[in-house]
Design a protein around this ligand. Structure first.
Ligand code: SF4
Length: 308
């Protein structure tokens, strides 16, 4: 399937794999993560708000099946959609006992028009006991695991207070690929202090060597009530302009293999009232379109600098 985009969008994979458009239904069921857990120190990642990355409309109080039904109907009406992946998005979904996790997967897969699952988690939160469940789920249905890698630089991970290393991310990607056979998506953040072109290019090259199926990109942005908002208030962090962020994303994409799918080019603040900076993170379409247009106008494509 040819793309009109200057990069390989994840929609291509869905179309090729499922033969149709597929939409994600985001649900919120996980209640915490190792960082927020008092036993883990209770220190959240510096960018994370109290919702643990859940989309705005999500409420953990609603039963899982009801969340799926409600959001499926809305998405179906809006896009005339009839195939869905249930996306366990907020907090750390494998930070749970296996029994309840198995039940959640079964509930989700039993819903009409649900053809698979996407499970968000951390690289250091894949204990051995959860591996058979992921493998079984992959054999029964479609399963993608999205890992919050954020950076492959240990200094940047320390700045973000992630509490895991780059080596943990590399191990997790290999484990998911080799022992579970699932498609692995990774989340990355650009706009970190001391980030330069060499680290961005090295990030792309590293991903090319790993069994990564897709990438979701975010710009580091400041939300109210987060540790980053204090750092920003003290003048110790400056978010990127859209122009500079776009330049870095393009540099990354041009060095990234076109075999790796792109889920998203920028973050969008789902709770506008929480966003402190940069203001352009409020906008849903313009930032991605700006990056895409710049690539197209200059004849640049994902992977066109791959061999350089
Ligand atoms: S980003 Fe994830 S791991 Fe970090 S504090 Fe938020 S929910 Fe926890």
């Amino acid at each position: 399937m040819q793309t009109t985009k200057p990069f390989t969008p994840i929609s291509h994979f869905y179309q090729n794999h499922f033969g149709n458009k597929v939409y994600k239904i985001s649900v919120a069921v996980a209640e915490s993560c190792p960082n927020r857990n008092p036993e883990g120190g209770g220190d959240a990642c510096i960018f994370c708000d109290e919702w643990g990355s859940a989309a705005y409309h999500l409420t953990r109080e609603e039963p899982l099946a009801q969340q799926i039904i409600t959001h499926r109907e809305k998405i179906a009406r809006r896009y005339r959609a009839d195939r869905f992946l249930v996306y366990f998005q907020s907090y750390t979904n494998t930070f749970s006992r296996v029994g309840p996790l198995r039940d959640r997967f079964s509930i989700a897969l039993a819903q009409d028009q649900v053809i698979g699952l996407v499970v968000g988690t951390r690289p250091d939160c894949l204990p051995r006991r959860v591996i058979p469940l992921l493998r079984e789920t992959h054999e029964r249905s479609y399963l993608m695991v999205e890992l919050g890698v954020q950076s492959f630089d240990d200094h940047q991970l320390t700045f973000l207070r992630r509490g895991h290393s780059a080596a943990a991310a590399i191990d997790a990607i290999s484990l998911l690929d080799q022992e579970c056979g699932v498609d692995v998506g990774i989340h990355l953040i650009f706009g970190l202090p001391d980030e330069d072109d060499a680290t961005i290019i090295e990030t792309a090259r590293r991903i090319n060597r790993l069994p990564v199926h897709n990438v979701k990109l975010h710009n580091l942005h400041v939300l109210k009530g987060t540790p980053l908002s204090e750092i920003y208030r003290r003048g110790e962090f400056t978010p990127l302009s859209l122009e500079e962020y776009g330049r870095r994303v393009i540099l990354f994409l041009r060095h990234l293999s076109p075999a790796i799918y792109i889920q998203r080019l920028t973050a969008v603040a789902s709770r506008w009232e929480e966003l402190i900076a940069p203001d352009w993170t409020r906008e849903k379409m313009r930032p991605s379109q700006t990056i895409e247009d710049l690539m197209r106008d200059n004849g640049w494509r994902q992977g066109d600098l791959l061999s350089i």
